[in-house]
Design a binder for this molecule. Structure first.
Ligand SMILES: Nc1ncnc2c1ncn2[C@@H]1O[C@H](COP(=O)(O)OP(=O)(O)OP(=O)(O)O)[C@@H](O)[C@H]1O
Length: 333
């Protein structure tokens, strides 16, 4: 399939398994989504739906027990050529990380080395990917710390991670993610560990940097409030597959998949009036080793019919709005 010019990433039928032979557990069953150039796609879903495994597969960072079973991960490089990331070897991935795709994680303390200054760690990323002198490296590190609005950047570059607050550490992680000017940034719950004020500042910063650096962002979150603030497009995951993808307004206003409707009905909102209650989705996420046949959400779905136990795939129900439900519920949640 051709990747259109305005698409930076097109994931098609990604399947990832853990373990070997008959004991293989398929964690991603058929993940498909597209991300437009310069846009933010939020990947949303409950815990265990496969968001992190998707991002690790994209980065070539699956643990040794995990492997891509099938699928294409078409990524458009800055020079316009398209590469299938699933076909890269270790050296190919190393070259791609940094200038092509870079990732920031939820918990900076586990990603930063406590024994090195933050300046050294940001600079190391640059040395891995670009042939720069140590003076150029130090200059770029300080410029980067200024870009992520760390006050007293030159002095802060000499700090160790434990000397910084949680919000400042997350800014350092963003600086590390951006120093090689990536075309695509994968942000895995980057603000979950922060309090709401700092979270808002980090989200503002990411939006500003996205515009300035013309970057595409794959934003992983389970927080629909963050989705509403950050995303242009949304892909909703359930039990290792994407069940709905649409533009953010379309997804909120014309929710088509019953699982997404359930997710939206179960989040706290400011506009609930007295007497209105949050409605949790009944039941729990199925085990990957005992998935029902057909639609994996059917056992929890109030609209389920006998035909839901036949295979179902993600299909375009309206322009740019895809849903993996045999019915079409295009109302508000
Ligand atoms: N190393 C592993 N070995 C075996 N199974 C794994 C491994 N890593 C993840 N999985 C399984 O893959 C599935 C998807 O996990 P993943 O971490 O991607 O979910 P998630 O949507 O990111 O959840 P969370 O929001 O809690 O991070 C889960 O069922 C998980 O148990």
């Amino acid at each position: 399939m051709q990747t259109p010019d305005d698409t930076i990433l097109s994931v098609e039928g990604l399947r990832v398994g853990f373990g070997r032979g008959a004991a293989t557990v398929t964690a991603l069953r058929d993940v498909s989504f597209t991300l437009g150039r310069g846009k933010t796609l939020a990947l949303v879903g409950e815990s265990g739906s496969g968001k992190s495994v998707t991002s690790l597969a994209l980065m070539g960072l699956l643990p040794p027990s995990g492997r891509i079973l099938s699928g294409r991960l078409n990524f458009r490089r800055s020079d316009g050529t398209v590469v299938d990331l699933a076909g890269l070897d270790a050296a190919g991935y190393r070259a791609m990380r940094g200038p092509g795709i870079s990732m920031i994680f939820q918990e900076p303390m586990s990603s930063l080395n406590p024994l090195f200054t933050v300046g050294d760690q940001i600079g190391e990323m640059l040395l891995l990917h670009e042939n720069v002198s140590s003076a150029q490296r130090d200059k770029r590190v300080i410029e980067m710390l200024e870009l992520v609005e760390i006050p007293g950047a030159a002095a802060r570059a000499k700090s160790y991670p434990h000397e910084l607050s949680g919000g400042m550490r997350q800014r350092v992680m963003i600086a590390m993610g951006l120093i090689c000017n990536p075309a695509l940034l994968i942000a895995d719950e980057p603000t979950t560990a922060l309090d709401v004020t700092i979270q808002a500042q980090i989200l503002d910063l990411m939006r500003r940097l996205q515009k300035e650096l013309d970057m595409s962002i794959l934003f992983i979150t389970h927080d629909m409030g963050v989705v509403a603030e950050m995303a242009d497009q949304v892909a909703v995951m359930y039990a290792g597959a994407v069940v709905e993808q649409a533009g953010v307004l379309d997804l909120f206003d014309h929710t088509r998949h019953p699982y997404t409707q359930g997710l939206l009905a179960s989040i706290p909102r400011d506009d609930l009036v007295d007497g209105e209650r949050l409605v949790p989705i009944p039941g729990s996420v199925p085990s990957l080793t005992a998935l029902p046949s057909g639609c994996a959400f059917a056992p929890r779905c109030s609209h389920a019919q006998p035909e839901c136990h036949r295979p179902v795939s993600l299909e375009e129900k309206a322009s740019g709005h895809l849903s993996a439900c045999i019915f079409d519920f295009a109302g508000a949640a």
